[in-house]
Design a protein around this ligand. Structure first.
Ligand code: GLU
Length: 465
């Protein structure tokens, strides 16, 4: 098995899905997973994309050192050229000096395929001459595909395609085949987008005298409008999900559900169940909808299922702003690990993404809260000043500063004014945390402490008439 990404951009979630499927299939078959970086498109490759692929794979559970590679396609360039030469020498390929314009002029159409004009002209190699494969005129190429059955392609409909450019450099189609051959690859699991390449590639395998692999073209991943996920329009980078605070376990569970499901209508299952139950042949060939809302809900469930200590550890990058994650709005010295640990269980049940931890706890670490002005305007209506005065006085008089006492105290302040607790809480919450929603108020006030809470209530009062 191999996973063969091209380092031409951020690592795509569809690529991560193919990588996981390859990984599991190799494990199930007792095979070897090989990582091959297809870096022959020099104009579009960048070394940082390769590093991005390695670290994204690592994150998703395909750890560096646990597979063979990475190999680099560019290192096998000699083999690619040798294969092109063999195909030419054996008469399976021929040189062609037709320009695109000439082909179009002959056919009268700008869409026509190549018309085999140079097939029997006997041209030798030369500057600007492309090498084309001589496709058979008869018969059909039957692709054995574990997901799609046996798609069959009439050979006469396959044009004599280019295998090496005018400068002699072999194209992707050939390089990819030669690498798979050299590495002894028996199964190719890859994106559906490559299916049109497959009959051509299989003809190359045949012409080079090696048994072709078994293929599995996994379904294209689409957005809610049924459009193929594209990096220009959609959020496709695995790293973007990681940096928003998706857990790797939730992500890989979700990715495996794109076109497949575990038994008994289960969706959220341990990775060991997926490794055991996944069957490539059960993958649905139709497009798979990448449903971010569902992924988010999954992530929330995974977050809630974490032991608290693991949740606390998982939040660290957002609390301290490491790596590619933006720094939090507080200074490092303002962060208080004990205060965070005290509210962590309350936050754990309320967030779906780890990044959401920041707005939930920032009031604890900032000298004064970040005020959501819309929430302020809504909560600080007429009477809010008087209410805050009464609440502050009642809190000042307390001997103990715990959530339960704070609650009953505020409740009493409200009752005297004929207000339900929700209404009484609203201005206090905005004064203390700056927001209208967040962690339970009284626990928040307990952790924030008497002095800081009272100071915030007084500061809010000053802003009011
Ligand atoms: N390098 C190709 C890509 O990233 C993969 C080709 C293959 O898996 O055969 O789309």
């Amino acid at each position: 098995m191999r996973f063969a990404p091209s380092p031409t951009g951020m690592f795509h979630v569809g690529g991560a899905r193919s990588a996981l499927q390859n990984w599991i299939y190799a494990k199930q078959q007792g095979g070897v997973f090989v990582l091959r970086i297809e870096d022959t498109d020099a104009a579009r490759n960048k070394p940082e994309w390769t590093e991005g692929i390695l670290s994204a794979l690592d994150w998703i559970g395909i750890a560096r050192g646990s597979y063979e590679g990475p190999y680099f396609q560019s290192q096998n360039a000699g083999e690619h050229r040798a294969a092109a030469a063999r195909l030419y020498e054996s008469g399976r390929a021929y040189y062609c000096d037709c320009t695109r314009e000439a082909v179009q002029a002959r056919s009268g159409s700008q869409y026509a395929g190549y018309d085999s004009f140079c097939r029997d002209r006997g041209l030798g190699p030369g500057e600007g001459r492309a090498l084309r494969f001589r496709t058979p005129d008869e018969g059909a190429t039957v692709v054995v595909d574990l997901i799609r059955g046996e798609p069959t392609f009439e050979n006469k409909l396959i044009e004599d395609f280019v295998i090496a450019r005018g400068d002699g450099s072999p194209v992707f189609l050939l390089a990819n085949v030669v690498d798979d051959m050299t590495m002894g690859i028996t199964h190719v699991i890859r994106a559906e987008e490559h299916l049109p390449n497959t009959p051509k590639q299989q003809l190359l395998w045949d012409a080079l005298g090696v048994k072709p692999p078994v293929w599995a073209h996994v379904p294209v991943v689409v957005n809610e409008k049924r459009q193929k996920l594209s990096k220009r329009r959609d959020k496709v980078a695995l790293e973007a999900y990681r940096d928003e605070g998706y857990l790797a376990d939730a992500m890989r569970n979700y990715l495996m559900l794109l076109g497949w499901a575990p038994s008994n209508d289960r969706e959220i299952v341990p990775w060991s169940v997926i490794e055991e139950e996944f069957r490539l042949a059960e993958v649905n060939p139709s497009p798979a909808f990448f449903d971010e809302k569902k992924l988010r809900a999954f992530n929330g469930e995974y977050i809630r299922a974490l032991p608290v200590a693991e949740f606390v550890a998982a939040c660290q990058p957002w609390l301290t702003g490491t790596g590619t994650i933006p720094p939090p709005p507080w200074q490092p010295e303002e962060f208080d690990a004990d205060a965070f640990a005290a509210v962590a269980p309350l936050a754990q049940t309320r967030i779906a993404l780890l990044s959401e931890i920041v707005p939930n706890v920032d009031f604890l670490f900032l000298a004064s809260p970040l005020v959501d002005e819309a929430a302020w305007a809504k909560a600080m209506k007429e009477g809010a000043g008087e209410l805050l005065d009464a609440a502050t006085a009642a809190f000042e008089a307390l001997e103990s500063w715990d959530a339960e006492t704070l609650k009953s105290t505020l409740e009493a302040v409200g009752t005297e004014r004929g207000l339900k607790l929700g209404k009484t809480q609203a201005p206090v919450r905005v004064a203390v945390t700056g927001r209208s929603v967040g962690l339970p108020l009284f626990e928040s006030m307990e952790v924030l402490g008497r002095e800081r809470t009272l100071a915030r209530l007084r500061a809010a009062r000053v802003r009011l008439p």
